[in-house]
Design a protein around this ligand. Structure first.
Ligand code: SAM
Length: 214
């Protein structure tokens, strides 16, 4: 029980369930994870509003609805090993930590990774590991992954992420030009990939070898 529990309930009811996210496991995780712990102190009053919130280094924690929608699209099962590209605040990693067996979360800014790791460990997410690196190249030491989620916009889907998907794996990623993208869902069956597109979105750029230039 914390003082933000009511705000979380309002967030789930009015920003997430009302916009069509139905997966009860996702809604339960969004009710449970203390989102305010992942934003800087001075931004806490805005932790549960219906928009992204700045977290430093020019980065943001995504809007609650987008986190919920992407998590629902990812269809995470309890036995899954998940790669989360773009740790940022660590909030999405915590949501995944509620749903999956093991989560590897990769962030290119060491300071953000360090802060996220501290909060995740304070909150007891022992199944979440934060690493520093270029997530456009995936995370080979722990591959393959049942699920991969990317929280930054790619000009095209990084081949390394497709390569590191397990068979029957799924990747959710925003793809498109710098200021307007679409969420794409990639399903792998053995060596075949099927792509479907979802809603338009705007994400910060995925910067790296198979992404945008810095
Ligand atoms: N999922 C995060 C959360 O819950 O707070 C929000 C992610 S924020 C919208 C996007 C993050 O992707 C930023 O922290 C940014 O530094 C990171 N990023 C961008 N390019 C990256 C790359 N190639 N590898 C890893 N992280 C990257």
């Amino acid at each position: 029980m914390d003082t933000y529990e009511n705000e979380r309930e309002q967030m789930v009811t009015h920003q997430i369930a009302s916009k069509g996210v139905r997966d009860e496991r996702v809604l339960a995780a969004m009710r449970k994870v203390p989102r305010h712990r992942f934003v800087p102190m001075d931004a806490r009053p805005y932790a549960y509003v219906d928009s992204p919130v700045r977290i430093g280094r020019g980065q943001t924690i995504s809007q609650p609805f987008i986190v919920a929608l992407m998590t629902e699209l990812l269809d995470v099962q309890t036995e899954h090993r998940v790669l989360d590209v773009g740790t940022g605040s660590g909030y999405q990693a915590a949501i995944l930590g509620e749903l999956a067996a093991e989560v590897f979360s990769i962030e290119r800014h060491p300071e953000l990774a360090e802060t996220a790791e501290e909060i995740l460990s304070e909150l007891g997410y022992e199944n979440v590991q934060v690493v520093v690196g270029d997530g456009t190249r995936g995370y080979a030491p722990a591959a393959p992954f049942d699920r991969i989620i990317v929280a930054a916009a790619a000009p095209s889907v990084p081949q390394a992420l497709l390569d590191q998907l397990a068979s029957a794996g799924r990747l959710v990623i925003p793809v498109g030009p710098r200021y307007s993208q679409r969420l794409e869902v990639w399903d792998r069956q053995e060596a075949r990939f099927k792509r479907s597109t979802n809603i338009p979105v705007v994400f910060v750029p995925l910067i790296g070898e198979e992404g945008w230039e810095d």
